[in-house]
Write a protein that binds this ligand. Sequence first.
Ligand code: AMP
Ligand code: MG
Length: 409
Amino acid sequence: MISMSRAINTVLENVKPISAVEVKLGSVFGMVLAEDVVSDIDMPPFNKSAMDGYAVVSSAVKKTPITLRVTASIAAGVVYKGSSFKEESLENNGANGDCVKIMTGAPVPEGMDAVVMLEDTECRPDGKVKLFKKIEAGQNICVRGEDVRKGEIVLRKGTRILGPEIAILATAGKDSVSVFKKPAVGIVSTGNEIVEPEASLEEGKIRNSNGPMLAGLAEALGCDVEYFGIAGDEEKILRKLILKGFKKDVMLLSGGVSMGDYDLVPEMLKKEGAELLFHGVLVKPGKPLLYAKKDGCSIFGIPGNPVSNFTSFNVFIKPAIYKMMGREDYNARFIDAFIEVDFINRSSRVHIIPSICSIVDGRCLVSPFRLNGSADINGCSRSNCFLIIDASVTGIKKGDRVKVLPMDA
Ligand code: AMP
Ligand code: MG
């Protein structure tokens, strides 16, 4: 029997990012970069108008209001080909000066250094424009390269690709990118009493809730999931499915890891050559959790009660999958919260309790669900975190500071 932190560390020490593949931009959401990405251009790529309005030479617009001749109108995507604008030429041409109408996103003409927004102007019947407000050099212009310089690293290896990262990759000219492969996960349910949800439920049988739950949880993390089916507590079927599972990066076995006569998983894994790294963790629920390795496959034997399955996946398996996916931020991040009820700890194990966290008046409050034991998955629905109570803590009073593991962390 080992501690929760030792179990987590053992798992993390034994997994590493799996190999990389080149994936098209349209399919990389949720995957993790296996390379540093360098921009092939300055961002923005040219001095770009941030507004619809009039581009001017700011030093020629010292006093306002001022009326200027409009020499062109520039749409986004179009480069102005007229002569460059210099202060002397403007002052010498007899008018008060020239400006060009410009749209958001259009390149600001050479020599112009500010854009007056349309709302601060008035178009006159003779085609000239009256500017009301003074303007400073640089105003309303996104300067070439101010966000990123050509050749700079824009995204680092280990970054998870979500919305902004996809936008950055596209801007940096990456149509495909090297990412870590999705971990291949095989899932086996054990138990002679377990039947699939679509089958008729005879007396004494239990519907397989863990199989679909584990599949959904692993898929949501970005794994390639294959559900192998129910092995019952039959040696022959279990052996066949375990051998199939060894070919995956991760095998999740639900049930069959406790002390009962029909808990065949530990012995079968050993018989088939897997190395057991631990069997038994000082947590509640989920004590019989097992972790083993066979070649490149990480095997988790998860106690069958649905709440144990759910908590074990989140606390022990999720960080391992994150690490395999190449994420740098795989370690669980705990937050502080204030408990809303008294809590007495009668066990010498770490409690992992599905709970609800909410922010009230700027304080993070946590309420544990009251469960009728670890088969009561009903109480876990809508939970958004786990309350973690260390083994050494005997009693907690309402309002005490406690440790919480957010579910999406
Ligand atoms: P075990 O870990 O095999 O001793 O199972 C512990 C409890 O979890 C038993 O009451 C099982 O019926 C239940 N159980 C096991 N597997 C599942 C499953 N896939 N779905 C729902 N309950 C399960
Ligand atoms: Mg069983």
